[in-house]
Design a binder for this molecule. Structure first.
Ligand SMILES: NC(=O)c1ccc[n+]([C@@H]2O[C@H](COP(=O)([O-])OP(=O)(O)OC[C@H]3O[C@@H](n4cnc5c(N)ncnc54)[C@H](O)[C@@H]3O)[C@@H](O)[C@H]2O)c1
Length: 316
């Protein structure tokens, strides 16, 4: 299979899991990540910029039966600028889809596609802040490209709606990584209102779901929601991490009241609606056969306790 964005938080974990299972993996990214599977005989890395049609044309699509398109800009706040997000998310995705369309027109083989979309997409109209967020807007446009391709594509295309993934390897500036790092160091951690409700999914559970998304679901467009099925506020998550880190909540945590979409009343109602609305679940090809594939979020955080306390352990 081929994974774009293989050097990212999700891409690295997905590639590792597929390699462990004995698959051949072609990884594509701007530059190689700090892979612990770099020398794996079944792993091949291609440094390529997906916005460059010539680089995309050089990718070895002939024997690829499954493509995970994970490359994106703006997932991390540091890369959330309009020009970059539009170039990578919209133009990069369009370039890749155009390459497949060309292969279809020339009667060449094309892979099944799994595309990771953001759950923010469903709330673009309801939450004004999202309309000013280059990551959200560009991912929405990119998702439309992928959906449009499905009308003429002779393989399954799966749109995976991704909720809030967390766990080792995540962006150090992510709110939970920040909380874990700061509290472990015994420092004071400061947050916004913490009222925003999210469906947090642990990286390992998410990867298992993502793998299930790659199965052949038949020609056409398929949609799966990848979350834990539970919602917790940022505050709940952070307080639990504080407890696990042995930090005194009253002295080490502070939540600042400021006007964001998280705590204005009408927007709070909107963000409360960022619930998991599972359309249907992927057929599991590994892991539990029923119920949510992930343990409950709080159990997962508890499982991280060892890592928080451990010598080498870390949440970020
Ligand atoms: N992490 C989450 O909670 C979350 C939530 C919703 C959706 N998603 C989606 O899942 C996917 C993976 O997310 P992630 O957390 O691994 O993001 P990430 O930022 O860690 O990884 C993205 C990767 O894409 C690569 N990339 C950027 N521009 C590129 C280009 N022009 N050509 C080739 N590669 C390029 C980056 O170098 C990076 O390695 C993204 O599409 C993201 O939108 C993630």
């Amino acid at each position: 299979m081929l994974i774009t964005g293989v050097s990212g938080f999700v891409g690295q974990k997905l590639a590792a899991r597929f390699l462990e299972a004995g698959h051949r993996v072609i990884g594509v990214d701007l530059r190689a990540g700090d892979f612990n599977f770099a020398r794996h005989p079944e792993f091949q890395f291609y440094a390529a910029d997906l916005t460059d049609p010539a680089s995309v044309a050089d990718l070895p699509f002939e024997n690829v039966d499954l493509l995970y398109h994970l490359a994106a800009a703006g997932v991390k706040a540091a890369t959330r600028q309009w020009p970059l997000c539009v170039r990578v998310n919209v133009m990069g995705t369009a370039t890749l889809m155009q390459a497949f369309l060309q292969r279809v027109n020339q009667g060449q083989s094309v892979p099944r596609i799994v595309y990771a979309k953001t759950y923010y997409k469903d709330h673009l109209g309801a939450i004004p802040a999202f309309q000013e967020n280059p990551y959200v807007v560009s991912k929405v446009a990119a998702t439309r490209w992928v959906e449009a391709l499905s009308a003429v594509y002779p393989q399954s295309i799966t749109i995976a709606k991704v909720f809030q993934v967390y766990g080792p390897g995540d962006d150090p500036n992510n709110v939970l990584s920040y909380a874990a790092r700061t509290l472990k160091a015994g420092e004071k951690a400061t947050f916004g209102s913490g009222n925003s409700l999210r469906d947090w999914i642990y990286i390992d559970d998410f990867i298992a779901d993502l793998i299930a998304c790659g199965a052949d679901h038949g020609i056409g467009l398929h949609r799966f929601d990848l979350g834990s099925g539970e919602r917790h506020t940022i505050r709940e998550m952070v307080e639990l991490i504080a407890e696990l880190a042995g930090a005194d909540i009253r002295h080490h945590l502070s939540f600042i009241k400021h006007q964001t979409y998280e705590n204005t009343p009408h927007r709070l109602r909107d963000s409360t609606e960022l619930a998991v609305r599972r359309t249907h679940r992927p057929e599991f090809i590994e892991g539990p056969k029923s119920g949510f594939i992930g343990s409950h979020t709080l159990d997962r955080l508890l499982a991280l306790n060892g890592r928080l306390a451990g010598k080498h352990g870390k949440l970020d």
